[in-house]
Design a protein around this ligand. Structure first.
Ligand SMILES: Nc1nc2c(ncn2[C@@H]2O[C@H](COP(=O)(O)OP(=O)(O)OP(=O)(O)O)[C@@H](O)[C@H]2O)c(=O)[nH]1
Ligand SMILES: [Mg+2]
Length: 199
């Protein structure tokens, strides 16, 4: 059956958050480099929109996708990608922080955490910062296909505890196998205000 997110198209990309223009509502995907942000956007929209790679640091700019005019899904470059000059790492911080603090229409920030690895120090720093700024975040555990199914109940509880959420509130997703994708797709559509729209 068609879903509102099937209509998502690439809109623009830039490294300067001031150049992205206004939106009515948007959601953003943040997290470690290689955590699966771009792959998840492709799974949610059921097409190859965002470029993905097994090498960390694939996404270098703020990439904006649109489900309907000014209703956006935003893919961000990952953190923890240690190579490259310090200057560009600082540039990353300014770019992400500028985007997250400057976008008043952000309805949800999905923080992707590898289910098997658990939250890294940088993930926890990001979560603390989002909380301090009172931004609307939710953690999504990714690549859950890499957790043995016999371990998944316990692992979900462990990861939830480490990020300070209840296991039920922690989204449990595999973009590769489709676990949790339908629920997340509906949540994204609702947050950006396109739920129930035909594509
Ligand atoms: N097993 C498994 N691998 C996945 C899943 N999602 C993504 N991957 C793999 O993880 C790697 C990184 O995926 P990306 O989507 O490019 O990661 P990213 O978070 O966008 O990375 P950056 O752009 O560097 O920030 C790729 O090799 C993907 O195939 C998943 O659900 N399961
Ligand atoms: Mg990416």
């Amino acid at each position: 059956m068609a879903h509102a997110l099937d209509a998502v198209r690439f809109l623009l990309s830039d490294t300067d958050p001031a150049k992205l223009g206004a939106s009515l509502a948007e959601v953003a995907f943040v997290g470690r480099s290689n955590s699966g942000k771009s792959t998840m956007i492709n799974a949610l929209c059921r097409k190859d929109l965002a470029r993905t790679s097994s090498t960390p640091g694939r996404t270098r700019t703020i990439n904006v996708y649109e489900a309907a005019p000014q209703r956006r899904i935003v893919d961000l470059p990952g953190y923890g990608f240690a190579t490259g000059p310090a200057a560009s790492r600082e540039g990353w911080g300014a770019m992400i922080e500028g985007y997250l603090m400057g976008t008043k229409t952000l309805a949800g920030i999905f923080v992707l955490v590898d289910a098997k690895l658990g939250p890294t120090k940088l993930d926890l720093e990001m979560l603390n910062w989002l909380q301090a700024e009172r931004l609307p975040w939710r953690v999504v555990a990714t690549k859950v296909d890499q957790v043995k199914s016999s371990r998944s109940f316990v692992r979900r509880r462990e990861v939830a505890q480490l990020v300070g959420m209840t296991p039920e509130a922690l989204a449990w997703v595999s973009s590769q196998e489709g676990t949790g994708i339908v629920e997340l797709r509906n949540e994204v559509a609702r947050l950006i205000g396109v739920a129930g729209q035909k594509s």
